[in-house]
Unconditional design. Structure first.
Length: 176
C-alpha cells in the first residue's frame, strides 16, 4: 500500500497576525465587515466552553492552524477566558454545513401582503450576523438555543410573524 507524506506550507506570518487581530477585535466587540461569527458554548457542569468560529477567511488556512489562531485571539482579547476553552473549531460556512455543525436557521417568512419590506428584514438579519450564500442571505446556528436567542433579538427589532426557526438544510420555501 502506498504511503503518502503531505507537507503543509506554513501560514504567512503577516496573514496570521492580521487574522488573529481581526478575531481578537471581534471578541472585544469591535465588529467588522470581514469579521467572523463566534459561537461560545458553555459545557454544562463545568467552567469550560467550546468555541466555533465561522469565517470565510479560514479558506486558505490549514485546519490544524485555525485552533491555535483562535486561542491566540482569545489570549489577546480575553486572557481570563482562554484557559477555560477546551475545544476550538475554525470552519468556513461550507465546511460547517458539510459537517452538520450548524443544523438550525432563523429565516424570514414574509408574505407579499406584509407591510415590512424584505430589505428591512435583510437589514435586521445582517445586523445579527447573517451570511450571504448563493441561495441568499442565511442565518445558521449550532444549537436550538442560539437560534431561539437570535429569533428573540430579530423579533425585538421587527415584531410580527416574520421569523421562523428551521432545522436542517430546509429553506423557507420548504415550509410553505
Amino acid at each position: 500500500m502506498p504511503r503518502y507524506q503531505i507537507k503543509r506550507s506554513a501560514v504567512d506570518p503577516q496573514v496570521r497576525e492580521r487574522l488573529v487581530n481581526i478575531l481578537a477585535n471581534e471578541l472585544r466587540g469591535q465588529a467588522s465587515a470581514q469579521g467572523p461569527a463566534v459561537f461560545e458554548e458553555e459545557v454544562t457542569g463545568t467552567d469550560t466552553f467550546h468555541v466555533l468560529v465561522l469565517w470565510e477567511q479560514w479558506q486558505d488556512i490549514p485546519t490544524e492552524e485555525r485552533g491555535a489562531m483562535i486561542l491566540d485571539a482569545y489570549e489577546r482579547s480575553a486572557a481570563e477566558v482562554a484557559p477555560r476553552i477546551t475545544v476550538t473549531l475554525g470552519v468556513t460556512l461550507d465546511e460547517a454545513l458539510a459537517m452538520n455543525l450548524l443544523p438550525y436557521q432563523v429565516s424570514p417568512m414574509r408574505k407579499s401582503s406584509h407591510p415590512v419590506s424584505y430589505a428591512e428584514l435583510e437589514a435586521a438579519m445582517r445586523a445579527e450576523g447573517a451570511v450571504q450564500t448563493p441561495a441568499g442571505l442565511r442565518m445558521y446556528f449550532p444549537s436550538r438555543k442560539a437560534a431561539e436567542d437570535a429569533y428573540q433579538r430579530l423579533s425585538a427589532r421587527i415584531a410580527g410573524p416574520y421569523w421562523a426557526i428551521l432545522q436542517g438544510q430546509e429553506t423557507p420555501e420548504d415550509q410553505s
